[in-house]
Ligand binder design. Structure first.
Ligand code: NAP
Length: 483
């Protein structure tokens, strides 16, 4: 099957922080790929904005280098790159001052989609929103894209929502969580709601438990100072893991429509039970054998910030009564692997004996690497010798269903195109973010009040020992972390 590419409207996209790391690694190479795919109409323009004193030409050179570094060689086409670069402009602007705003206003065109990507530190979001509005650069149809982190607790998230709301309506604000842009995450909704097969089983009666794992091999090298004020709970659970949990747990929306989907996700967040401290394991990676420990990376020898967290989470509603969701995420773990695993219950009556080799059905949704889905089912082991069972995967990987998996847009590409189309389905609404913090805050406050220290774990391991116990005591096991 050939994937369809539908061009989006003509746009002017201003990237505040256009010279920064995120723009260089993800946003600009992603836009080039959409240009290559024919999705970006030729008259569209991308305007980089930062304080550095650059010309259009010197910024284009930076973009050329970013494409050379972050786009696979096979996708680098010299003619297309030059055509793409003609769409690139630059304005030197100070988010907190007066420099550059008149020049930006002069550059913007009428009657095209105006989008403003805030790829800068969150402390600048309010300044930029205010100046866009006061200088008459943003109009009622403009969109702003806001990067994470969206606050560090409920109070700061509320304050940020209020600042943005002074200048933009909720329908203009796109809070990005790139996990929601992943192909498989959207596929999860398709599998759940476009098939009759799964939804009847999607409840406590048939599901034993759910595991959500986001494991990284990298440490916090280079971002230690930032990360030390955040930790795995704020950096990963409050946003990415919570969003994944919502998509698994939500009720079917009445329509695949931004607010219908987000209403259902919000209900899940509001139904999350408070987590007791016995259901939380925090870890911090140690060092040794030439490896630097977390406290060295963070340059804070007394740090109690967690680089790993595992939690047992319960949802207080009819569908999920008694079904635990085990969440874990961490750095410097054995492999880079993100997946959701839904383990089904035993059949009500076992006709095969214990020695038959029976295992539960598990639906595994891989987010990275090798995005795809597998449904583990039992079949008879081929050959003579009695009835022995074996577990085999029913592979539902989307990569096999299309001609060229390399052409599948990455999360940022897809989400930026959604902004231009004006589709907010895969972006977090303000009330969702606040509800997520309202659940997260007491958990963090609890361990801070108790003065809990995270347990040290070996780099390259599966995390702290106590995390194993979190599941063992329920008679369950974590799935192995592997690529
Ligand atoms: P970065 O590398 O530090 O880049 C910051 C950008 O902001 C630079 O272009 C900088 O250029 C510009 N800037 C700083 N102060 C400014 C001001 N007063 N006025 C105008 N421009 C200013 O940061 P980043 O890693 O790209 O991150 C950007 C945002 O994305 C942050 O909110 C971050 O949390 C989020 N994020 C990043 C990643 C990632 O992988 N990097 C992942 C997820 C989320 P000048 O210094 O020349 O002004």
């Amino acid at each position: 099957m050939v994937s369809r590419v539908i061009p989006v409207d003509v746009f002017d996209l201003v990237i505040f922080g256009g010279t920064g790391d995120l723009a260089r690694r993800k946003i600009l190479p992603g836009l080039y790929r959409r240009f290559m795919a024919g999705q970006m109409v030729a008259e569209s323009r991308i305007i980089g904005a930062a304080r550095a004193d650059l010309t259009d030409e010197s910024f284009r050179q930076q973009v050329r280098e970013a494409i050379a570094e972050f786009v696979p060689k096979a996708r680098q086409d010299a003619t297309a790159i030059e055509a793409f670069l003609e769409r690139i402009h630059y304005v030197a602007i100070d988010a907190t001052g007066t420099n550059g705003w008149a020049a930006l206003k002069a550059l913007m065109r009428e009657n095209v989609v105006r989008a403003f990507y805030f790829s800068v530190a969150p402390s600048l979001f309010g300044d930029i929103a205010q100046r866009l509005s006061e200088n008459g650069i943003a109009d009622a149809w403009s969109r702003i894209v806001v990067e994470k982190p969206f606050g560090r607790d409920l109070a700061s998230a509320k304050a940020l929502n209020e600042v943005l709301a002074k200048h933009f309506n909720e329908t203009q604000i796109y809070r990005i969580d790139h996990y929601l842009g992943k192909e498989t995450v959207q596929n999860l909704m398709a599998v759940r709601f476009a098939n009759i097969l799964f939804e009847p089983l999607w409840k406590a009666e048939y599901i034993d438990h759910v595991q959500i794992t986001v494991a990284e091999t990298v440490g916090v090298d280079g971002r230690g100072a930032y990360y030390d004020k955040s930790g795995a709970m704020r950096d990963m659970v409050q946003n990415h893991l919570m969003q994944l949990l919502c998509l698994i747990a939500m009720e079917p929306p009445y329509h695949f429509d931004p607010d219908a989907v987000r209403d259902e996700k919000l209900k899940v967040i509001r139904a999350l039970k408070p987590v007791t401290h016995e259901d939380i394991v925090r870890g911090q990676y140690g060092g040794g054998k030439g490896e630097k420990s977390y406290v060295v990376h963070s340059e804070n020898p007394a740090s109690r910030t967690e680089s790993y967290i595992a939690l047992k989470v319960q949802i207080s509603n009819w569908r999920w009564q008694g079904v635990p969701f085990y969440l874990r995420t961490g750095k410097r773990l054995r492999a880079r692997a993100s997946e959701i695993a839904i383990t089904f219950k035993q059949p009500p009556h076992a006709i095969f004996d214990d020695a038959s080799g029976w295992h539960e059905n598990v639906l595994v949704i891989r987010l990275q690497p090798n995005e795809g889905m597998n449904l583990m089912v039992m079949i008879k082991e081929p050959g003579p010798g009695g009835m022995r069972l074996m577990q085999v995967p029913l592979d539902m990987s989307f990569a096999d269903a299309i001609d060229d998996a390399e052409d599948v847009p990455d999360a940022y590409e897809r989400l930026i195109m959604d902004v231009i189309r004006g589709n907010q389905t895969l972006f977090m609404r303000g009330d969702e973010v606040e509800a997520a913090w309202a659940w997260t805050d007491p958990i963090i406050q609890g361990w801070e009040a108790r003065g809990d220290k995270p347990q040290t774990y070996d780099p390259g391991s599966s995390g702290p020992e106590d995390a194993l116990m979190l599941m063992h005591r329920d008679g369950r096991r974590w799935r192995e972390i592997r690529e």
